[in-house]
Design a protein around this ligand. Structure first.
Ligand SMILES: C[S@@+](CC[C@H](N)C(=O)[O-])C[C@H]1O[C@@H](n2cnc3c(N)ncnc32)[C@H](O)[C@@H]1O
Length: 185
């Protein structure tokens, strides 16, 4: 299922204010996030969702943003610094063997996975890492771009997420993207 990873330079477009004309990142995550939360965001790119998440978890919370590309994280760090949000954003480089978030086991309140699972070579392992990081009752919002990802690919990802221990699947349309909210029990 995995395709090649999004080129780093596309990170500038993905984080650009123009994208907000089509998709309001704060409105997407606001129903799931309150101040003080620990949020895990795999594949943040240059931070289109990360900065709104960081504002919502302040004060006291943080967003752990794990990307496989250092150049995406460099862009994210720059943007977080300019916005005065560096305290709330913890960028981490993923390893080829996985996200390396064992230290977060059972601590995460909310995870956002937006437009990245189709790039992950081992989605079963990926969802197991998310499930292990979430607290009981913690939620995952999982979205994929419609068209680029077919309904049957998305259904297969949901099956893998369920196998990993995420349930109560609520299907959502997030500004035309395929989406689902899932809960760790
Ligand atoms: C299409 S971009 C989406 C960025 C962001 N979620 C957004 O919607 O603006 C996909 C991101 O996932 C990252 N990525 C791909 N495979 C990954 C992996 N195995 N672990 C962590 N990040 C990964 C890419 O480097 C890229 O930043």
């Amino acid at each position: 299922m995995a395709e090649r990873v999004c080129p780093w330079w596309l990170g500038f477009w993905l984080a650009s204010p123009l994208r907000k004309l089509m998709l309001n990142p704060r409105a997407v995550v606001q129903p799931f996030v309150t101040s003080g939360m620990i949020v895990l965001e795999p594949g943040p790119g240059m931070g289109f969702f990360t900065l709104p998440l960081a504002r919502l978890v302040a004060p006291g919370g943080r967003v752990v943003a794990v990307d496989i590309q250092q150049k995406m994280l460099d862009g994210l760090k720059r943007r977080a610094r300019r916005a005065g949000l560096q305290e709330q954003v913890e960028p981490r480089l993923a390893r080829p063997s996985g996200m390396g978030v064992e230290s977060l086991q059972g601590k995460v309140d909310f995870a956002l996975v937006f437009a990245m699972v189709h790039e992950v070579p081992d989605a079963a392992r990926f969802f197991r890492e998310i499930a292990a990081a979430l607290k009981p009752g913690g939620q995952l919002l999982f979205c994929e771009p419609a068209g680029h990802v077919t309904e049957s690919m998305f259904a297969e990802s949901l099956r893998l997420a369920q196998e990993a221990g995420l349930s109560d699947i609520k299907r959502l349309s997030v500004h035309g993207n395929l989406g689902a909210a899932l809960t760790r029990h």
